[in-house]
Design a protein around this ligand. Structure first.
Ligand code: C2E
Length: 836
């Protein structure tokens, strides 16, 4: 037996060691001299069988060593050594769980080994099921019997904690007043003979009055069968009579009663637990929420009926699978990573998730995932509970439709319209564009309702709604404001006339008759009011309000017409639209003509080329310059057919002149950015050359700096393709844009035309002189020739000549002339310089 002995008295320690060496060699004694060393040894080594400790230690008490051992559940027996007259401490030691105490009397060493062995035996015999000591309230009036019992039990059954009282009233004061309240005792041991209330009366009081379920044991004298029968009847758990040696049976007896009571209690709790489990099972089975329990792998361990109903999988098909096997594929990997992170860090995750039923249908769930932990706080399982949100989503969708759409026409209603306008405003703001709100009210719709009934009226509105929405573009919004009022929102428009144009086309559309279900045909004309963001208002509500005002003005003007909120806009938009229509007509009726301005070689004064400039013969008297119609043609896209016409016309003219013997090197034609961006300019150039039979080298195409800047790589690729055809390219109006010559070096440009504004201020502005000098020098370095535009004076010509500018163009030589006048001028000029 290995014994740790804590002893501060070196003589005692030495004596004991020697004695054991001589007489009890099987006891292996390890001696330390203070409490802290003892505890240190106990915590390091686990192979001691017994702790023997002196009660009084220099740094504490043996009782502290005892309580450390018991608190830390160290499985060793403890024996306390006390001095003489220290019985109180000995008793305390036994109460605290010492297995034995030994008093240091003169001859104590001779019995010490036996005490140690019996202590060890007792420690080992303490029933393992007793998780704690049995706390017994013992009422005994006879002091002799009481003392005997106390001493006996302290020695032989120290795990029984006796609290001794002398009367029934003492017992009552130690116990709860009614059942359910916690008691400080596990058992009450009642001696029948008590002063005042006897044992039976006490039992009655406890069982019947207070209804306590605490185990009660009665001690009777011998031959008290009658008392015993009554006691059993009153509800004692057991009885024991004071026969000779009954004390030897007492401990086992108390253990038995206590254990039986404990078992009964456990049984009751198990029954309760069972009932609770049955309830949980019932909830698990009957809840409409799908539930699954998985282990930590995770693999599904169990699912409820709702799970199988919702997912369509039978329980046998899912057990053992990863719960994610019903993934929909709608979520990104990061979604699941976040879910698992939350589950492992916080123990739970809640949210909407899309999964897939066995049928393949993807459906939304609201899923709540929780980690189940054991008493030690370690995760053991996952529990997932989910609702099928499909129905909820559908009704949300239905509600959404009801809230945002007009039930009759299915068009957006006012609420949705407001948000669309807000959105359009946000977009327009960023792109420097406009938003138009067109308020459309049917003229005299009331007549249809009154004459043909509301059903026909509704049918009419539906047909109109369909017609209007087919007519509008995807990016436009059509909404119904209620009654016979509709709103059209045009997003991102560049000019008010686009809105006017749309209004005109809508009015035209309304002119088409609608066939009623009765077969009759009716026409629903309308009046339209237009407001614009940002000119008129900057909020959706104001825009609608102003469009409404404008619509009322249109109505008062005689209906079937449109009106802008502001008078000027109405006029301006009408003018531009009229102009657009006139250009279209002019194209058809060949009202455009080309004039040609000669280009002169600076050194020889020879006419080397001509620039074709378009004019519009609106009527006999009126010849409109391009600045009056090119911008509108560009905005409306009409520049594409117009530009095509110019190209062909210029090529045909050049071909004719060459055939007539007019020796020009090139015919220059202006290209617009719109042709570059939207048209197929390479094809058109090709076609013009083909149909005219003009060799490509005689065609020069003028592009402005801004075309090159605006369309970057696209223009480079188009320019390369044009060059491949064999035409030459010029940069027009050079100096007015922001491009640098260095940037231009990447483009295949043959000629550079200095803008007339520089040429014309050459004489007065030394700064412009410097700029022109630089442009010419750099252009030469890049292998380009330079044309000076707008040369009006001899002085300008002289200066430019000095700067080695190659070509001139300007009123000093000639304005742009029609084909006949150009030929006259050419001949006159050529004969003047003898170069023909
Ligand atoms: N003050 C002054 N002006 C002079 C002088 N010499 C020429 N001009 C004018 O300068 C303009 C030169 O054409 P641009 O810079 O290409 O500028 C052209 C060109 O950008 C555009 N344009 C003309 N015809 C066409 C065409 O067929 N297609 C395209 N896309 N644009 C054209 O219209 C612009 C204006 O053309 P025009 O009115 O014909 O005006 C012409 C011409 O009459 C001068 O000494 N003094």
């Amino acid at each position: 037996m290995r014994v740790l002995y804590i002893e501060d008295n070196a003589v005692d320690a030495d004596l004991t060691r020697r004695y054991f060496q001589q007489h009890h060699a099987m006891i292996d004694l390890d001696i330390v001299s203070c409490l802290s060393d003892g505890i240190a040894k106990l915590s390091r080594s686990h192979d001691y069988h017994l702790l023997l400790t002196d009660l009084k230690l220099p740094d504490g008490s043996g009782l502290e060593a005892l309580s450390w051992v018991r608190q830390h559940d160290v499985p060793i027996s403890v024996v306390i050594l006390t001095g003489q007259g220290d019985e109180a401490s000995s008793l305390a030691a036994l109460k605290q769980g010492a297995d034995e105490y030994v008093v240091k009397r003169n001859d104590y060493l001779s019995g010490l080994a036996a005490s140690l062995f019996s202590a060890l035996a007792r420690f080992r015999s303490v029933p393992k099921y007793l998780s704690r000591h049995i706390r017994v309230l013992y009422v005994e009036h006879n002091p002799y019997d009481a003392d005997l019992a106390v001493r006996f039990l302290a020695t032989h059954a120290p795990y029984i904690e006796l609290t001794l009282v002398q009367s029934a009233s003492d017992v009552l004061s130690h116990l709860p007043l009614q059942s359910g309240e916690p008691a400080e005792f596990d058992l009450v041991l009642i001696d029948y003979r008590l002063p005042g209330k006897d044992g039976l009366e006490l039992v009655r009081e406890l069982r019947h009055t207070r209804q306590l379920t605490l185990p009660l044991v009665l001690i009777t004298g011998q031959g008290s069968e009658d008392v015993i029968a009554q006691a059993l009847h009153l509800g004692v758990d057991d009885f024991i009579s004071k026969h000779d040696g009954y004390l030897y049976e007492l401990a086992a007896f108390l253990e038995k009663v206590s254990r039986t009571a404990e078992l009964r209690k456990e049984h009751r709790e198990l029954l309760k637990l069972n009932a609770a489990l049955r309830q949980v099972q019932a909830v698990f089975d009957s809840t409409s929420e799908g539930v699954l329990i998985a282990d930590l792998k995770p693999r599904i361990l169990t699912v409820n009926k709702a799970y199988t109903d919702i997912t369509g999988y039978a329980e046998s098909e899912v057990l053992g699978k990863n719960p994610g096997f019903i993934k929909s594929g709608r979520h990104h990997r990061t979604f699941y990573q976040t879910l698992w992170k939350s589950l492992s860090e916080t123990g739970s995750w809640r949210g909407e998730i899309w999964n897939r039923r066995k049928t393949g249908e993807v459906f939304p769930q609201f899923l709540s995932l929780n980690t189940v932990v054991n008493e030690q706080g370690q995760a053991t399982h996952y529990v997932g509970i989910f609702n099928d949100l499909s129905y909820q989503k559908e009704s949300e969708q239905r509600l959404q439709t009801l809230t945002h759409y007009d039930p009759l026409t299915q068009l957006p209603n006012r609420l949705l319209l407001l948000s669309r306008i807000d959105h359009a405003i946000d977009q327009a703001e960023g792109q420097d564009r406009q938003v138009a709100v067109l308020y459309l009210d049917l003229d005299r719709f009331k007549n249809i309702n009154d004459s043909y009934g509301h059903q026909e009226g509704d049918g009419c509105l539906k047909t109109l709604a369909q017609r209007l929405s087919h007519h509008l573009g995807k990016e436009d919004t059509l909404a119904r404001m209620g009654g016979d009022e509709f709103i059209v929102v045009l997003e991102g428009i560049a000019h008010p006339e686009r809105a006017a144009q749309k209004a005109e086309s809508l009015l035209e559309l309304m002119q088409k008759p609608i066939t009623l279900s009765s077969g009759l045909e009716v026409v629903c004309a309308a009046s339209i009011g237009i407001s614009l963001y940002p000119q008129d208002a900057t909020t959706a509500t104001e825009l609608i309000q102003y469009a409404d005002t404008a619509m009322n003005q249109a109505k008062s003007l005689g209906r079937n017409t449109y009106r802008f909120f502001t008078e000027e806009l109405t006029i301006q938009a009408r003018c531009r639209l009229d102009l657009e229509n006139s250009i279209r007509k002019a194209l058809k009726e060949n009202e455009f003509v080309l004039h040609y301005q000669p280009v002169i070689d600076a050194q020889s004064q020879r006419v080397v080329g001509a620039e074709a400039l378009v004019r519009w013969h609106q009527n006999k008297e009126n010849l409109l310059g391009p600045d009056k119609f090119i911008p509108v043609a560009e905005d409306s896209g009409l520049i594409i057919p117009l530009g095509r016409w110019v190209l062909r016309q210029a090529c045909l003219q050049m071909r004719r002149w060459l055939d007539m013997g007019i020796r020009l090197d090139f015919m220059a034609v202006n290209l617009s950015g719109v042709q570059f961006n939207l048209g197929s300019v390479e094809q058109e150039v090709f076609d013009a050359l083909q149909c005219s039979g003009l060799p490509p080298s005689f065609l020069d195409l003028e592009l402005t700096e801004s075309i090159i800047m605006d369309y970057g790589n696209k223009s480079l690729s188009i320019m390369n393709k044009l060059k491949e055809q064999g035409v030459s390219l010029s940069i027009d109006d050079f100096g007015t844009g922001y491009s640098s010559l260095a940037h231009l070096k990447n483009f295949p440009v043959d000629r550079l035309k200095i803008d007339k504004s520089f040429v014309q201020s050459l004489e007065e502005q030394t700064k412009d002189m410097a700029i022109v000098t630089t442009i010419i020098n750099m252009a030469h370095n890049l292998g380009m020739k330079v044309v000076a535009e707008g040369v009006e004076t001899l002085a300008q010509q002289e200066l430019l000549k000095q700067l080695e500018c190659e070509f001139f163009q300007g009123f000093y030589f000639s304005r742009a002339l029609d084909d006949v006048a150009f030929v006259h001028w050419y001949e006159a000029h050529s004969s003047k310089y003898h170069h023909s």
